[in-house]
Ligand binder design. Structure first.
Ligand code: G6P
Length: 369
């Protein structure tokens, strides 16, 4: 077992550290910035259905649903196609309205999640076109899909999803770039710039992974907190949700993720000098707004843990603790900002003495409803 874990204490830690390679594997042969091309046969063969989509409906569960939320921001911005993100378990039971011209994007690591599978079967019967973003080759959801793109993250053993999530984000980013360019909603120079940024992501993830000691210290410091709040805006809002989910799954600490501005409508009532608030606040168009949200938390004596862009001199002095990530385009920020949050949940779980690879009550793949 020690050999299987490649020298790491747990599969989860191994899989977190594999991400520079798994993201690279996902991009290999597809993302070709030197020639300005993205090659994905699943998209090329169905380019018309995808570019002419009136609406895209993303169906998923758990961490895959969070990847879907990031894709909503990507596709709406770059392709100008309206997107809805649905929990498969809700979607399947409410007789969903599906029109001709709707495209369903199914996101699933295992390709076997029962709710997702049945939701897709129903949608397919109604004539929906299904594009699968799946990790396990030949899985039920992969087979059911009309077209798709594998995430190529390799087998994920840890129950809490890590490398599958960043693989999903990489595939969804390439999709949005390719469709946006084909539609003409994404300008060629921005397309090329984003391609280059995406190609640089694996090395930037590697940079973040050099600094696990700092994450470990922060985990030790806050491991006895009863609750955590995770806040972010824009592309980092789904990352806040994912950070909170990771902490719940692995360390059994109650955590909530919220859009940073929405905290005024509830969560701010929880803030006191015992509550760690994780701000996912990398440099993007929301940055100034997030800073004022940080000030609101500080004014109520909350503890601020910041995920900030390297070189940021404003946020770190306001925060109790800061973890840095390299700069990138905001569209791709989740691929970096999620990494310290994966590590934080891992180290809190380990510090509390839990079996992070097999968290209580959770299954790797939920194949019953
Ligand atoms: C379970 C797993 C999660 C996963 C979710 C969806 O809850 O523990 O890590 O995100 O199922 O699984 P899928 O295989 O469809 O992505």
């Amino acid at each position: 077992a020690a050999i299987e874990k490649g020298g790491y204490d747990h599969f989860m830690l191994k899989e977190i550290h594999e991400q520079p390679e798994t993201i690279r594997d996902c991009l290999r042969g597809r993302l070709l910035p030197e020639v300005g091309k993205i090659i994905m046969s699943g998209i090329e063969n169905h380019l018309e259905a995808l570019t002419n989509a009136h609406r895209m409906i993303i169906v998923a569960c758990g961490t895959s649903w969070h990847a879907g939320l990031v894709a909503e921001y990507m596709i709406e911005e770059l392709c100008r196609i309206p997107v809805e993100v649905e929990y498969a378990s809700e979607f399947r039971y409410r007789n969903p309205i599906i029109h001709k011209g709707d495209v369903i994007i199914a996101i699933s690591q295992s390709g076997e999640t029962a709710d997702t599978l049945v939701a897709l079967e129903n949608a397919k019967e109604k004539g929906a076109f299904i594009f699968g973003v799946v990790n396990v080759v030949g899985s039920s959801i992969a087979r059911l899909s009309n077209a798709g793109a594998y995430t190529h993250a390799g087998p994920e053993i840890g129950v809490a999803s890590t490398k599958a999530f960043t693989g999903q984000l990489a595939v969804l980013a390439m999709m949005a770039l390719k469709i946006g360019l084909a539609k003409g909603t994404l300008m060629h120079d921005r397309y090329l710039a984003l391609m280059q940024e995406l190609a640089d992501i694996p090395d930037k993830v590697r940079e973040i992974l050099k600094n696990t000691e700092r994450v470990q210290q922060i985990a030790e410091k806050y491991k006895d907190a009863n609750d955590f709040l995770y806040l972010g805006r824009g592309y980092n809002f789904p990352v806040a949700l994912e950070g909170a989910l990771k902490l719940k799954e692995i360390s059994y600490i109650h955590a909530e993720g919220y859009p940073a501005a929405e905290m005024k409508h509830g969560p701010i009532a929880l803030v006191d000098n015992q509550l760690p608030v994780v701000f996912v606040a990398t440099k993007d168009k929301y940055y100034e707004k997030v800073i004022s949200n940080v000030q609101e938390i500080k004014a109520r004596k909350g503890i601020v843990i910041a995920i900030a862009t390297e070189g940021d001199n404003t946020l770190p002095p306001m925060a109790n603790d800061t973890l840095f990530v390299p700069e990138t385009d905001e569209v791709l920020a989740p691929l970096l900002s999620v990494i310290p949050l994966q590590l934080l949940s891992y180290y809190v779980g380990v510090a509390k003495g839990y079996d992070v690879d097999k968290p209580r009550n959770l299954a790797k793949s939920v194949t019953v409803e």
